[in-house]
Design a protein around this ligand. Structure first.
Ligand SMILES: Cc1cc2nc3c(=O)[nH]c(=O)nc-3n(C[C@H](O)[C@H](O)[C@H](O)COP(=O)(O)OP(=O)(O)OC[C@H]3O[C@@H](n4cnc5c(N)ncnc54)[C@H](O)[C@@H]3O)c2cc1C
Length: 485
């Protein structure tokens, strides 16, 4: 059962600073000005306003869905700009149906490549097994797509209008009151609204604020006080457009995702072509932290010297396009190479009071598992459907919406975190037994594989937009639907 605060949240005032006024549950429009400690940014109360922290895929998709249903929102992002392209995300029928419904599919197709198969190889490029993915189009309605991450964010920003995002707004503190929520940013800017959505990634400041407060009240389950489970480091990059005479496979309509398991080296490599004749590469392994000091270990992205040191370690790895990874590194701008921590965690506490978490703030997947972006998008769709179905927004109604959201999404994302952890373990471990397991998994009969993918089909749509035809021949297990409270 997902952790929730059904009984407590409806009659407890939450996390209010000592100078905040005590008010009983009320509609958000009635008492804005007097309840908060920060008063340098007083604004007219809108009808209902959502504060979204983080302009990653989860926050942007949430913003765009709110835009479409006419709920007021603002996105606060700590960075000053959209980051350079460093990686891709995977989108499948589970999100493409809603993306088509929103009218975004033609633009997404321009920055995407459909995936034909996932091929497992040994260090010498010998094929261990191949998982065909072409069947997805007929069975689920869409090919699996590899999509450039930054460009996908860009599509959402253009559609919602860049005025919706406040850049350079690092959120430091969140204050919940009965009549609204307020957050303070690093540059002393203060923003207030009716609810706050922490879409600020794996090391979410909104989550940390919320959990600190709940911990003080003994409301936090023990597992939520524990750190994310770190497994290893990953280095990833995306090349500049490549010469098709040298890399002809890169120009093909479909991309093949290659996974290469190291033998003498402890590295596993993920590599595939992307739209725009680029190659996206990622290497994981335990030796990718050149300086194992605590400080370096904790920093999720590192500077140019460290990039060079790590690239030296993986330079000689062979790649299926011919040559070595060093050839691709030479064609990858340094600021398009990044290190991320491969971490996993599924939290039990998703909301309290006027605060709710989505995306990697509440479920962190191994970055190459292909789940992170999709699950964040599905969180956003579910939450907006539930918010939009609501007619009044008192704290009681908001709590009901958040409970329904967690009830819907938590079991799905918990199972996905578990599966992605198992896959990461399978692909990153060495030794005979791991080799044997990989061989079995990558040579499973099609019906076994498809039946497990069938079980993951949800394909939600936005309830307030006209429905579109679901072309998949395989029916959907469950879909989010309008609820009323
Ligand atoms: C470099 C990189 C490569 C990835 N590669 C893949 C991949 O290949 N495949 C895949 O499926 N997934 C990948 N992912 C994960 C995927 O992009 C995320 O799962 C997806 O974007 C959903 O995450 P999110 O929106 O919840 O959080 P994120 O994408 O992490 O976005 C969080 C946002 O919040 C902002 N933020 C953080 N703290 C604050 C604060 N205090 N105040 C204001 N803003 C804040 C951050 O700057 C960021 O923009 C990658 C992620 C990264 C970072």
């Amino acid at each position: 059962m997902p952790h929730s605060f059904k009984s407590k949240s409806s009659n407890t005032s939450f996390s209010r600073p000592s100078n905040a006024t005590t008010t009983s549950f009320s509609t958000p429009t009635d008492s804005y000005s007097a309840t908060f400690p920060y008063s340098n940014h007083v604004q007219e109360p809108p009808k209902f306003k959502v504060l979204i922290v983080g302009a990653g895929i989860g926050g942007l998709m949430l913003g765009y869905c709110l835009e479409r249903c006419g709920i007021e929102y603002v996105i606060l992002e700590k960075m000053g700009y959209l980051q350079v392209p460093k990686s891709t995300i995977q989108l499948t029928a589970n999100t493409l149906l809603a993306i088509e419904q929103m009218g975004l599919l033609p633009e997404v197709m321009r920055i995407a490549k459909p995936v034909s198969c996932v091929t497992l190889r040994k260090h010498n490029m010998a094929v261990v097994g191949k998982l065909d993915t072409l069947y997805c189009k007929e069975r689920y309605g869409y090919h699996s797509l590899v999509v450039k991450r930054t460009e996908f964010c860009d599509i959402l920003i253009k559609r919602m209008g860049s005025h919706r995002i406040q850049w350079n707004r690092k959120v430091l503190e969140v204050v919940n009151g009965n009549a609204g929520v307020q957050c303070r940013c690093a540059n002393n800017h203060v923003e207030q609204g009716d609810i706050i959505v922490g879409a600020d990634g794996a090391h979410s400041a909104v989550r940390q604020n919320l959990y600190r407060s709940l911990h003080g009240k003994n409301f936090l389950p023990k597992s939520d006080t524990e750190d994310l489970k770190f497994t290893q480091n990953a280095v990833m990059g995306m090349t500049n457009p490549l010469d098709l005479d040298v890399y002809p496979a890169v120009g093909a309509r479909f991309t093949e995702c290659h996974i290469i398991i190291g033998k003498e080296s402890p590295y596993t490599m993920w590599i595939n072509s992307t739209a725009g004749n680029r190659i996206n590469w990622c290497v994981t392994g335990p030796l990718l932290t050149p300086d194992k000091t605590t400080q370096n270990f904790k920093v999720s992205e590192f500077g140019p010297e460290a990039v060079e040191a790590v690239c030296d370690l993986i330079h000689d790895l062979k790649i299926p396009f011919g040559g070595t990874l060093g050839d691709l590194i030479a064609k990858t701008p340094k600021d398009c190479i990044t290190k991320v921590l491969v971490e996993e965690k599924h939290y039990k506490t998703w909301h309290y009071g006027r605060t709710v978490l989505i995306g990697e703030a509440v479920h962190k997947f191994a970055s190459f598992s292909g789940q992170g972006a999709e699950q964040a998008i599905m969180d956003a769709i579910c939450l907006v459907n539930l918010l939009n179905a609501q007619k009044t927004y008192g704290l009681h109604e908001i709590t009901k919406v958040f409970e329904a959201y967690q009830e819907e999404r938590s079991p799905v994302t918990k199972a996905a975190v578990q599966v992605s952890g198992q896959v990461a373990n399978l692909l990153n471990s060495q030794g005979f037994s791991s080799e044997f397991k990989r061989k079995v998994v990558f040579n499973l009969p099609n019906w076994v594989r498809t039946s497990s993918v069938d079980k993951m089909q949800v394909r939600p749509m936005l309830d307030f937009l006209p429905k579109i035809e679901d072309r998949g021949t395989r029916s959907i297990k469950s879909a989010y639907s309008i609820r009323s409270f």
